[in-house]
Design a protein around this ligand. Sequence first.
Ligand SMILES: *Cc1c(COP(=O)(O)O)cnc(C)c1O
Length: 366
Amino acid sequence: MTMLTLAPEYIRAIAPYQPGKPVAELAREMGLDPATIVKLASNENPLGMGPKARAAVEKEIADLARYPDGNGFELKAKIAEKYQVASEQIVLGNGSNDVLELIAHAFLQAGDTAVYAEYAFAVYPLATQAMGATGICVKALDYGHDLDAMRAAILPSTKIVWIANPNNPTGTLARPGDLIEFLELCPSHVLVVLDEAYTEFLPAAKRSDSIAWLKRFPNLIVVRTFSKAFGLAGLRVGFALASPEIIDMLNRVRQAFNVNSLAQAAATAALDDEEFLQASVRVNNQGMQQITDAFRQLGISFIESAGNFVTFHCGDARMLNQFMLERGVIVRPLAGYGMPNSLRVSIGLPAENARFIEVLQQAMND
Ligand SMILES: *Cc1c(COP(=O)(O)O)cnc(C)c1O
């Protein structure tokens, strides 16, 4: 007997999440100066954190010997005000990843199934499998969610449908009307998790009014994060909005102090920093233009993206990835998503995008 056999079979079967390579790790491996490395691998905000969030963190440092507010009173009050929901409709997480796991924890057990799309965010199969439940992976339609097929895939054992909108890593976007139709036709005892990690980047016309839908659909859970447009990935904070009954269940499996005090203070301040949010969107739009223009010029095909990243096709992605790493550019391989011929690049600052494009050009001339 080895220690491995102590873990349940469904845990041993999990393939761990592969995060983007940290700058320090690449610097060590390649003997590069970290200051010259461009990391466009984890969809982080290239502007860093906003000034209001930074000021809030600096102020909060004085109280770090204390436990954080386990109920996140101020952050929930701010979220409630901003999104017009009751505090009882909010659960906070150590990143939205934590929230996704709380949902799986509270509602899934062995024998249950959960539906997600091919190429959808990798955390959905992981969170499902970690509970001993079974994932139902529905073939993608043009790299996006095939909502009709996902509805058809729902079984009597299905407890959750996971939807990322926009989806990571493909950047595909479902139309609001199609999502409403999905919710109308979905059995009311199936939870629909709408993960909107990139919603702030969308133009108003393309954004789903998903929070308003909560009134109509008590089985809907809307998940948001501070990691992307708000620029707080390192602090780890996200939240879910849902009916008070669902939130009550999520709170039962939540660690009492799952969101640290720096994260709570920063997120509360970030929600008031409209200027920073707009700057983030502007930088993203310009960078998306810069990178996709280069793809077109170089004849590289890519998936039109509504997020702060874009997936492009490149033949042997492993080789191109290695070529880029050796030159200090970190992008995201997608072999784990079943896309061995594609890479995902996050939108950076103009100079970072330019460096990525330069190395891509070199690779094509090589
Ligand atoms: C980045 C991302 C998240 C999670 O981010 P956290 O940092 O855990 O808040 C969730 N869903 C999708 C689709 C993402 O791309």
